[in-house]
Design a protein around this ligand. Structure first.
Ligand code: BTN
Length: 246
């Protein structure tokens, strides 16, 4: 991965650009990276704060040999690769909150936005958008994010080399991606479970009759969250609309 890197000073969103690149024939492993995004996107229509030169704002083109229903597995795979690369380069205790947030002591340092294009059930390509708040100071975050977000440099009390982190991440991701194609999701799931901080937590989801509360118990073989409802039964929740409580 990353043998072809398209590097920009400023873009609207690296995910948007990566989709356009695929239409022009970009191969699997192509990486679009920018110093600054003017309209970085987060999940559920949220904005992603991407100040200049302070983070890794990037999108990777993937063309996995899987059907659409298994695309959520890739989010977990990318999260594992990210978590492992940060842990290798720093001594920070980074954990994964299902499906795609990386947290340090409850505060978010990274998010993943997977956008796929499919023809019927067949996946054509996936854009894995990754944002890592690497060297942001507290005042680089908008006021409303300061209690819920942090950066690697704040937590490590030193600047982190973005290039080194990028290289380590690409190596981890490529290794895991190969393992996934050779042995399926099972080994990735095990690694995810060991790094997760979400199981056992209270989760809420908006149902047709109001908010439903449950306890996160595990993940299934497609990457969905398995939750236990108040009546003791188990059900599966998919990524949208799930909020973690305390
Ligand atoms: C989230 O946690 O809501 C996902 C955030 C994903 C942000 C990254 S930054 C690079 C890529 N380009 C975007 O517009 N979004 C993703």
């Amino acid at each position: 991965f990353g043998r072809k890197i398209l590097y920009y000073d400023e873009v609207e969103s690296t995910n948007t650009l990566a989709h356009a690149m695929v239409l022009e024939g970009a191969e699997e492993g192509t990486l679009v990276i920018a110093e600054h995004q003017t309209t970085g996107r987060g999940r559920m229509g949220r904005k992603w704060h991407s100040p200049k030169g302070k983070g890794l704002w990037m999108s990777l083109v993937l063309k996995p040999q899987i059907t659409l229903q298994f695309a959520p597995q890739l989010t977990l795979l990318v999260a594992v690769a990210l978590c492992r690369s940060i842990r290798k380069l720093t001594s920070l205790q980074v954990g994964i909150k299902w499906p795609n947030d990386l947290l340090i002591e409850g505060k978010k340092i990274s998010g993943i936005l997977l956008e796929s294009s499919a023809d019927e059930e067949k996946l054509q390509h996936v854009i894995a958008g990754i944002g890592i708040s690497v060297n942001l100071d507290l005042d680089d975050f908008p006021e409303e994010l300061r209690s819920v977000a942090t950066s690697l440099s704040i937590e490590a009390a030193q600047q982190i080399d973005r290039t080194q982190l990028l290289c380590q991440f690409l190596l981890e991701l490529e290794t895991l991606y190969e393992l996934y194609h050779e042995q399926g999701f099972a080994p990735v799931k095990l690694l995810w479970e060991a790094l997760n901080v979400s199981l056992g937590c209270t989760v809420r989801s908006q149902g047709p009759q109001g908010v439903i509360e449950a306890t996160a118990e595990g993940i299934d073989d497609a990457g969905a969250l398995v939750v236990r409802l108040a009546d003791g039964s188990l059900t599966k929740w998919y990524s949208s609309n799930v909020e973690f409580g305390s």
